[in-house]
Write a protein that binds this ligand. Structure first.
Ligand code: 1PR
Length: 544
């Protein structure tokens, strides 16, 4: 089997990259010391998290001269995400830390006044029709980043770089660059479905480098319009049923048992098979929520780890795992931190972890300590190690109706759906333990606290809407969107493709998630995408 060397220098999830490379028929050899770099023919520098953290890790372990020597020797080199950013002279993210300086420019930050930051989702890598490592104008690629090189026509081309761009809001940025033996992508090709695998293959076979133009031209003929698609996520709630089998289930307002006398746990299918089906139908991400946390099971044997390992071998879109991510005690009495649990999940193929109950408790402490942070919460620790984009906070709110604005200290909304006594206002109370316990904290307080701690995204459920097929809670989503800058995934209540259109048209949500309607076979992800497209909302199609 041909070999490619992968630099393993920071804690990051590179399992999915290994899976993608293996899927393409190559073997991965790990670079674990600067001496190993010299042995590499093809070298890949992956990267997630902070520019400064990555560059300092590389500098401390003395990798920088070896990487430069590899690049200068003309041997194939590929950088991914922060691996692309490392090629620049620096980044405003960490102004004191120098980059490799192969590209003469300094990265800036996306402007968050008109859009969510980080930029998360599927966007273009437009080459204006010029060949660039098999990137296609009809394809979309998965990006997750806060810092970017703004595209100025001619700036990088005059240095000999071929460029592909994406446009987010009104900012056009560099999505990929190539020159001679170097290819680098701001997006994650290993998470970009079939289109991403194609571009990795072009690097591995050398075909991409061979077909580069010798005199790259500025992209003056590319339509620079927002290319971010509407993200549709399939969510699988997983638990063991009464027979001990691991099943995908789905509740009504979080009650996952059948309505009959026997009250069995609803069994809607097998997690790995269903995730693969949704991927093939075009799901932009797949989320697994372990809703029972598999109590009394040694942590290293968590069945969810095996589900992730199997899924990540065939599903090349981002995988999120939630449930039970908190400091805990193993069955043998050993203390295990949330960071250690998250690490196990990342190593098994997860790209993001989702934290529920523990986030509420951490937010309560944050306010009780006068909004001070000490770096000890699960959110802070995981986002520091793996980057903010790797930490999702799953919110499980319940409506509380009030007759007037003075009736509560909480952030209220005036609702079009008055309460049982005609109350015109409501606030959304946070719950923990899968909705079993309601806390004196509203969603606005929670999301602002977790954003301050470093969460990268909010998965916004709604217990009142869960499993009702009656559409998303638009009032809740707008309230949360107005309170934070990080992206929000709308969840709970989707019953048909029209509900997805509604939530994208009537709120500022960044993504929408469905569960029951897909599991029960009422609609496919593909049908939702087709419907969005027919209404003029851009959606990525399966296989593109
Ligand atoms: O508290 O960190 O251990 O995390 C537990 C996680 O498990 C949380 O993310 C919590 O939302 C989830 N959870 C706990 N109990 C349940 C339950 O259903 N009994 N499921 C549960 C939450 C909600 C959604 C669902 C949408 C869409 N599931 O993710 O998929 O509501 O459903 P629909 O489209 O069919 O309406 P921790």
């Amino acid at each position: 089997m041909p070999t490619v060397h992968l630099l393993d220098y920071v804690a990051g999830n590179i399992r999915s990259l290994v899976n993608a490379i293996e899927k393409l028929g190559y073997e991965v050899d790990w670079v674990r010391s600067p001496e190993d770099v010299a042995k590499a023919e093809k070298l890949i520098l992956p990267g997630v998290g902070h520019f400064g953290h990555c560059m300092s890790q590389l500098a401390q372990a003395n990798y920088l001269p070896a990487i430069k020597a590899h690049i200068d020797s003309g041997k194939p080199f590929m950088g991914i995400c922060v691996g692309l950013q490392a090629l620049f002279e620096g980044s405003v993210e960490d102004p004191d830390v120098p980059g490799l300086g192969v590209i003469h420019s300094t990265l800036g930050r996306f402007d968050e006044t008109d859009k969510s930051v980080p930029h998360i989702g599927w966007n273009s890598a437009n080459t204006g029709g010029r060949p660039l490592f098999d990137l296609s104008p009809d394809s979309k690629y998965y990006y997750v980043h806060t810092f970017r090189e703004a595209y100025t026509p001619g700036k990088l081309e005059s240095q000999g770089w071929s460029v592909a761009t994406g446009t987010y809001g009104n900012e056009t940025f560099v999505g990929a660059v190539a020159k001679g033996n170097i290819f680098a992508t701001q997006f994650h090709p290993e998470k970009s479905g079939v289109a991403g695998l194609r571009t990795i293959r072009a690097f591995l076979t050398g075909e991409g480098a061979r077909s580069l133009p010798s005199n790259p031209q500025p992209l003056t003929d590319v339509p620079f319009k927002d290319g971010l698609t509407r993200r549709v996520i399939a969510c699988l709630d997983v638990r063991t049923n009464d027979q001990g089998d691991l099943v995908v289930t789905k509740g009504d307002q979080y009650d996952v048992r059948e309505k009959g006398d026997d009250r069995n746990v609803r069994n809607l299918g097998k997690p790995v098979e269903m995730a693969k089906r949704y991927y093939e139908e075009g799901a932009d991400e797949v989320t697994f929520l372990n809703i029972t946390s598999f109590r009394d099971c040694p942590i290293a044997d968590l069945p969810m780890l095996e589900i992730l390992r199997q899924t990540s071998r065939t599903v090349f879109v981002p995988l999120t795992i939630g449930g039970g991510i908190r400091d805990t005690v193993d069955t043998d009495g050993t203390k295990v931190t949330a960071l250690e649990i998250a690490t196990m999940y990342f190593k098994s193929g997860a790209d993001k972890v989702s934290i529920g109950s523990d986030a509420v408790l951490a937010a309560e402490e944050y306010y009780s300590l006068g909004k001070k942070l000490f770096g000890n919460t699960a959110i802070e620790q995981i986002s520091k190690a793996y980057g903010n984009q790797a930490v999702v906070v799953s919110v499980d709110p319940k409506r509380v109706y009030v007759p007037n604005l003075d009736a509560t200290r909480h952030a209220v909304v005036e609702t079009k759906f008055p309460g049982p006594k005609g109350e015109p206002y409501c606030w959304y109370a946070c719950t923990i333990k899968g909705g079993r316990e309601t806390r004196d904290m509203d969603v606005v307080e929670l999301v602002q606290a977790v954003e301050a701690m470093g969460a990268g995204e909010i998965l916004l459920n709604c217990i009142d809407k869960d499993g009702t097929n009656s559409g998303f809670d638009l009032e809740l989503i707008e309230q949360v969107k107005g309170a934070i800058a990080i992206p929000v995934i709308a969840s709970s209540g989707a019953g048909n493709p029209g509900h997805f259109e509604e939530v994208f048209q009537k709120t500022r949500t960044d993504a929408a998630l469905g569960a029951g309607m897909f599991h029960r076979g009422e609609y496919t992800v593909q049908q939702v995408k087709d419907y969005l497209q027919s209404k003029g909302l851009e959606a990525r199609q399966a296989g593109e």
